[in-house]
Design a binder for this molecule. Structure first.
Ligand SMILES: [Zn+2]
Ligand SMILES: [Zn+2]
Length: 272
């Protein structure tokens, strides 16, 4: 595909800047900004392919490999969507909100930051799978499905190869989630907290199930066919859990503004 730069017209550029409150969608501080093409194709001026980034974050979006921090397209898409939602709710909520209720806006933003952190943790986990060399790079939202399709069969060496994923990487995700629960627990809707608690339990179950496989084989409690099946179930179960956690959090993020606006009390007569 030819990658000729197509100038972003002024109206579109203004819309993109407005949607991001003229602020970098990654660091969310810097107001000296540029427009970045998320898929790195400068002819794709689709609204959702354009992200407002500052100079520093922009260079991190383009640096490749090594030990520099690099934001993947998928991460930037997530940052962009989340930031546009925040900018939008600031507008929606501020319009109708008495000053004393501005607390709701802060709550909403905090909840969105928490959701984004968990979603990013899931993506980093997916990156750790790719690092094992056992699955190919997947850099879009359907990544989980494609990883599930690439899952290995059980052999002792596959088991060993996947061990770091199950032991270290999942534990990192669990630690991230716990930290987020501690920091943001109060501002997350009950349904989200339930989702998190259940996903955590599911992941812990997959991890301990996984670690039992060699013991059960050695102890003669499992024949090799069942071990292979068991291995597949655990790996798959883990991916499915992460996949639905990520998807459900994205849905929650969309519904947050609505729930907070609806929440503003029965005496509010001017509901949309
Ligand atoms: Zn930035
Ligand atoms: Zn760029």
């Amino acid at each position: 595909m030819a990658k000729n730069r197509v100038e972003i017209d002024e109206t579109l550029a203004a819309e993109v800047m407005f949607a991001s409150d003229h602020t970098c969608c990654i660091c969310r501080r810097e107001k000296r900004v540029q427009i970045h093409h998320i898929d790195e194709n400068p002819s794709n001026n689709d609204f959702d392919n354009l992200a407002v980034t500052c100079l520093l974050c922009h260079s991190d979006a383009h640096s490749k490999g090594g030990f520099v921090r690099r934001y993947s397209a998928e991460e930037i898409r997530l940052y962009n969507r989340s930031w546009r939602e925040i900018a939008e709710s600031r507008l929606v909520l501020m319009k109708d909100m008495p000053v004393k209720e501005s607390k709701k806006l802060e709550t909403l933003e905090l909840a969105r930051e928490a959701l984004l952190s968990i979603q990013l943790s899931c993506i980093v986990f997916r990156g750790s799978l790719v690092a094992t060399g056992k699955v190919h790079a997947v850099d879009d939202e359907d990544g989980w499905t494609r990883i599930i399709r690439q899952l290995p069969v059980y052999t002792r060496s596959n088991y060993e190869d996947w061990q770091p994923v199950f032991v270290d990487s999942i534990e990192t995700v669990l630690r991230d989630i716990e930290q987020i629960e501690t920091l943001y627990g109060d501002v997350l809707p009950l349904s989200t907290r339930l989702l998190i608690v259940r996903s955590k339990r599911q992941l812990l179950g997959e991890v301990s199930g996984y670690q039992l496989i060699p013991k059960m084989l050695d102890g003669g409690h499992l024949d090799s066919d069942s071990a292979a099946k068991f291995f597949g179930f655990r790996v798959r179960g883990c991916m499915e859990t992460m996949k639905s956690l990520e998807a459900d959090l994205a849905t929650t993020s969309n519904e947050l503004t609505k729930s907070l606006v609806d929440d503003s009390g029965p005496d509010e007569s001017h509901k949309a």
